[in-house]
Design a protein around this ligand. Structure first.
Ligand SMILES: [Zn+2]
Length: 83
């Protein structure tokens, strides 16, 4: 599955031309509109914004908010792991 965002000017399909990692939770992607009559080239961000299922791996260098939906079901500190 390719993640794309339509051209905000003409609503045509756009193709990612380049991307670079800005941080562990953010990428910057350069898109080019496929409508030759438009030709818009633009930059979008792809960002990790919240957790739906907590990772089984602890990484103290990364802080991603839990979804409000998840935080009601999981105890503070993450899910309990059955022994
Ligand atoms: Zn366009």
């Amino acid at each position: 599955m390719r993640i794309t965002i339509r051209c905000p000017i003409c609503a045509s399909r756009a193709v990612a031309r380049t991307s670079k990692e800005l941080s562990v939770t953010m990428r910057e992607i350069t898109y080019r509109c496929e409508n030759d009559a438009c030709g818009h080239i633009y930059v979008a961000h792809l960002e990790v914004v919240r957790t739906l299922v907590s990772s089984a791996i602890h990484n103290p260098g990364v802080s991603i908010p839990l979804s409000r939906h998840v935080s009601r079901r999981e105890p503070v500190g993450g899910p309990q792991v059955a022994a």
